[in-house]
Write a protein that binds this ligand. Sequence first.
Ligand SMILES: Nc1ncnc2c1ncn2[C@@H]1O[C@H](COP(=O)(O)OP(=O)(O)OP(=O)(O)O)[C@@H](O)[C@H]1O
Length: 543
Amino acid sequence: MNGSTTVTYDLEAGMEWRFELEQGEAIAVRVTSEEPIYINYQEIPPNTWYPLYGDLRAAIWSPSPGQIEVSSAPSTAYTSLSSTFPFILSVHLALERRRILAKRNINARIDYGQDGQDEKVLSEQERGPRVMVLGPANSGKSTMIKGLLNLAVGSGMGWSPGVIGLDPGTSNHLVPGSVSLSSPTQAVPTHHPSHPLGSPPTTAAAMTLASDVPTLGWFVGSSEMNTSGMGKMCFPLWRNVVDSMAASWRLRCQTDEIVRTSGLLIDTPTALIQPTLGAGKGDKTRHGLVLQIAAAFEVDVVIVIGHEKLTIEMQKLLSGYGVSVISAPKSSGVVDLDDLYRSRIRAQQIKTYFYGEPALPPTLINLPGRVAAVETGLHPYSFTIPWDELEIYRVGEESAAPSSALPIGKQRILSATRLTRVNPAASPNIHRLQNAILGLVMVSDEDKRTDLPPRKVKEVKKEETKQEGDVKEEVKAEEGDDDEEEEEPIWKEEIGWREVCGFLTITKVDTAKRKFELLTPSPGKLPSRVALVGSVEWIEVDD
Ligand SMILES: Nc1ncnc2c1ncn2[C@@H]1O[C@H](COP(=O)(O)OP(=O)(O)OP(=O)(O)O)[C@@H](O)[C@H]1O
C-alpha cells in the first residue's frame, strides 16, 4: 500500500495475477517496473492506468520479475506460477515461422517472375497457418485465440490474421446469435468482456486503445447451438453460414496478400464437441461439422484444449486430411462462467453494439496520471417506420405459407432453411418482434424467386381522421384482407445465410399505427429494408 487505496503487487518471472471483478466493480492497473507486462499478450502501456471493468475475469502475466500497481484491491485476486501463456507463445513461434515462409515464397515468386507457374502449389506455399481451437466449455478457447492474435499483430511484421468467431452464443465481435470474421491489424485490448476479439468500428477518433476492428457478420438468429428448440433451427443455417463465411475468407485472401500470409484463427462453439450433437445414438454429427469447418477454411492446425480423448478422436478424424492436431493444457485460471453471467455479458454485448464501448466508470476517470483511452460511445438513433416498409423473415420457421399460395400442382417441400415472412399483424408475432434483434441483408433483383405466381396487389384504404386539430393519416388493411395469413417469401432462401450489413432492434411494435420503433447504432437511411429475425432479444436497462 502506498498511502492511498492503491495496492502494489510484485510479480515473479512467469507469474500470473488473476482477478475476477464483480458486477459494478472497476479497477485500473499500472506497470511500475521496467520490463513489459501483458494482458492477453497485449503489452500494458508503461506509466498508464489500464482500466478493467464490466465483470471482467482475466490474468495479467509478467514474463520477467515485475511490479504492478492496482487502483483498488478487487474482490477476487490471486497470483499463480502455473501459466499457459508460455505454451501460447511456443505455438505462436511455430505459426510465425509459417507466416514468414509464406511471405518469402511470395517475394521469391515476384523476384523470379514465376507468376503463372503451378498456381495451386504456389498458393498453398503462400498461405499462413489456418488454426482451429476446440475444447469444452470454459476451457480457454477465446483466451488462446486472443493471445495468438495479439502476439501475431504485436510481432512488428505487419501481420493481419483473420479471426473467425463461430460461436453464436459468445459472439466475439458483434451481437449474440451472430458469427463473425475480422482481420485486426493491432492488438485487441482487454478492458471489459463485451467483445473479447474486438468491437466493430465506430466513428470515434483514432489513437485510443479501442478494439476497433472492421468486421463481417452473419446472423443465425439464436445463441443456442444444439439439436432441440431454437438451436435445432439454427443448426442447418449455421452450416450454410460457415460456407458463406469461407467464401468471404477466400475472397479476402485472394485480394489481400498480408491477410493470406498472416493466416487464420478460428474460435469454435463448445457444442461442436458435444457427443449429444447429433440425431441419434452413435451419430457423429459433430465429426461432420469439424470436417466441414476444416475443409471450408482449409484448416491445417487444430488445437484441442484440456481434453485428451478429444485430441485422439480428432487425430484419427483429421490425420488423413493433412491436419496437425495439437493437445494444449487448460489453464488453472480459466473461470467457469455460469448462465447468469453469460446472459449478462450477452446483454452487454448488444448494448456495446448500439452504444459503443461501455463508458469508463467515474472512479477510473479521475485517477492521478495518464489513463489509457477507451473508445468513446456511439450515437444510436431511434426512429419509427411503417411496418410495411420493413420485410422481416425467419429462417427455418415451423410454420410456412399455406399450400394454397403455391401454383396449382406444385407440392411443398419444406427445407430446413426456408424463409418465412413475418407478418407483424399476426398476434403471436407482435410479441416475438417486440425487442427482437434483426440482421439486415442486402438484396437485389437477382435474389428474387422465379417460381412464384404473379402477386395480388394488396389494397390499402387511406382514412383521414381529425385528432386534436391535426390531420392524421391512418393506413388500414382492406376489410376481409387476411392479416393473419403468412405471405410466400419473394426472395430465394440464400438470403438467409448471407452476410448482414448491420443489426437493429425493434423497441416498440405499434399495432394501432402499424409502425415499428427501431434503434440503430447510427443515424442515416437503413442500408436495406430486408431483415432476418430469430430468437435473440434485448431489453435496454440502465446500468
Ligand atoms: N489464466 C486466467 N486467469 C483468469 N481468468 C482467465 C484465465 N484464462 C481465461 N480466463 C477467463 O476465463 C473465462 C473463460 O475463458 P474463455 O472465454 O477463454 O473460455 P472458452 O473456452 O472460450 O469459453 P466458452 O465456454 O464460452 O467457449 C473468461 O472470462 C476468461 O477471461
